[in-house]
Ligand binder design. Structure first.
Ligand code: GLV
Length: 311
């Protein structure tokens, strides 16, 4: 089988995959065009439309990330080619750490202390017990479920939400529109780990933000499209004085890189990180890629992406 690999560090992935699958011919997008045209499989993260359209007999695509929104929205995506995406593959733990940092940032008042430091203001805030700091996790896929479990293991009461009912040990699970309202009404930190689909666009809008308790915080290592940015800025309010929304730690934006003119960059209660919460680690991901390619070759049934659902 011929496998075209496209990702940052593609050479490293090519070499590692070639060692894992000695029977395969693995090459990167810098291989000659005739070679790219012959690829049976594409293992890629955010390929260009041109690259995606090149292979003439593509039998399968492995998305080298968890979210398939960029791939499904790519005009070069050939129709009917099955897609497999990475599931967790070590990303969940990285994202879990990002989320823990975010929760502690607000629960232990690091945001307030940072602002106080600028004023040389030595003043201690009483700690709110973890048991009194419910956390909401929207999205209970492979990543959301693991992140919810990590946060629960830290001692925070965790509420999870998914469109259809789920049941997870140690997590209070909610579902559907009513369940979302129920969750929003009681969490002090809200974590967004939903996929980017037409159904999840602006799930955090003015009404959702208004449901959150006064002083709640938002942590978004998911997708930028989940948040209505104008509503977010409105809920935050201006300047250092805490608005209805205390602060936001944001890793994903509708347009990336976040444009220089975005007011989020300079908002004193917004922390911007450059989509770094869950980079794809090579090790576990490689096992999943190799497994998917072998299953494709053997004609075995695979857990493929549903393009209609968007995940
Ligand atoms: C990163 O954002 C991913 O979807 O893997």
């Amino acid at each position: 089988m011929k496998v075209l690999v496209h990702i940052d560090d593609a050479e490293q992935w090519r070499d590692a995959l070639a060692r894992r699958l000695p029977q395969a011919e693995v090459f990167t997008s810098s291989a000659p065009a005739e070679k790219r045209r012959e690829a049976d499989y594409l293992a890629a993260w955010k390929p260009s439309a041109e690259l995606l359209g090149e292979p003439e007999r593509l039998k399968g695509i492995v998305n080298l990330g968890a979210g398939v929104d960029a791939l499904l929205g790519n005009p070069g995506l050939p129709e009917g080619v099955p897609i497999v995406k990475l599931r967790d593959a070590g990303m969940a733990e990285l994202i879990g750490d990002y989320v823990r940092y975010g929760i502690l940032h607000f629960q232990r008042d690091f945001d307030r202390y940072r602002r106080q430091q600028a004023r040389r203001d030595w003043r201690e805030h009483a700690v709110v017990d973890k048991a009194d700091w419910p956390v909401g996790v929207l999205g209970l896929g492979a990543i959301g479920a693991k992140v919810a479990a990590m946060v629960a293991a830290d001692g925070f009461p965790v509420h999870g939400w998914s469109r259809s009912p789920r049941s997870l040990d140690g997590i209070t699970c909610h579902h559907g529109d009513a369940g979302l309202d129920e969750l929003l009404g009681q969490v002090r930190s809200l974590v967004l780990l939903l996929p980017d689909t037409p159904a999840t666009r602006h799930v955090i809008d003015a009404a959702a933000l208004a449901r959150l308790p006064e002083g709640a915080s938002l942590i978004n290592p998911g997708r930028g499209s989940l948040i209505d940015e104008a509503a977010l800025l409105d809920a935050l309010g201006e300047g250092e004085t805490e608005g209805r929304l205390r602060g936001a730690l944001l890793d994903a934006f509708p347009e990336e890189p976040l444009p220089g003119a975005s007011p989020l960059w300079s908002h004193p209660r917004v922390w911007v990180t450059p989509h770094m919460a869950g980079p794809t680690p090579l090790g576990e991901a490689l096992d999943q890629v190799a497994e998917a390619l072998l299953a494709f070759e053997a004609g075995e049934a695979l857990d493929t992406v549903d393009p209609e659902a968007g995940y």
